[in-house]
Write a protein that binds this ligand. Sequence first.
Ligand code: GLV
Ligand code: GLV
Length: 326
Amino acid sequence: PLPHVVVTRAIPEAGLALLRERATVWVNPEDRPLTRDELLAQAKDADGVIGLLTDRIDAGFFDACPKLRGYANYAVGYDNIDVPEATRRGLPVSNTPDVLTQATAELAFALILATARHIVASDAVLRSGQWSGWGPLQFIGTQLAGKTLGIYGPGRIGLAVARLSRGFDMKIITCGGRKPNPALVAEFGAASLPFEAFLAAADVVSITAPLTDTTRHAFNAAAFARMKPTALLVNTGRGPIIDEAALVVALREGRIAGAGLDVYEFEPRLAEGLAALPNVVITPHIGSATTEAREGMAVLAAQNLIAMLEGTTPPTCLNPEVLARP
Ligand code: GLV
Ligand code: GLV
């Protein structure tokens, strides 16, 4: 019989079509994440699962699906997966890097520009009919050219953000990463700085790091105190990298100038007071939300899962050590 695949929420058809050629496919018919109980019940008979960053893939999940031969995350970030646990059980798991790099970097740059130039707040004034005409002191923002762009998390997405800054003539510095990113060094002469020096030097900080024990709450009250009062902070990585309550205080008290956020500490909830601040631009976790990226993610997740089911090499496996070597 064909293997049975569970897809925990509808993804673009390009990926589902690939799966349907090789498996029976159950797709969550609701436009919402599965509850934990629903996830465990559906996965019970699954040979493979494609899940989302909102699905917790841990020992309890693996216990609930004894037939499972692989799990493919429909996301590049995989803090929702207990990878060591999957590896202990010999189960391959995968993510979707590369296909969403450009989309996420473009959103980061959109947030940088929107924050630097008060695009959303000024749009709101105009729509509300309160604009009384051009004024020399209205909505004064900050020029990007000549400023220092700090890439926190200098991976693929961080490199793409730096490349987008080229037309803006910014100096690039980086922080974090297991090793220096050779392209950031070669193309931008980017220095990799210790966190405190990085915070003190950056005019714009763009967070493109994964959520790890090191990055969780890295941006807290102490970090905001080290940043320039004119600094802008943009996050397209993961929400819990920022202590969101401390960010609200820092923005309210003018300890940093503004923030552009696509991810939140307790999604879909926002920290109290965040949405009321005029100096933030907030988008609902849409970093990869382009046709190109989402189709690419669907196809890559499907290719990963099919390879896991057929015993071939998944293109972007997170624990390749579990794959049988020929
Ligand atoms: C989205 O946040 C992703 O990790 O792909
Ligand atoms: C994400 O995958 C990154 O490398 O930045």
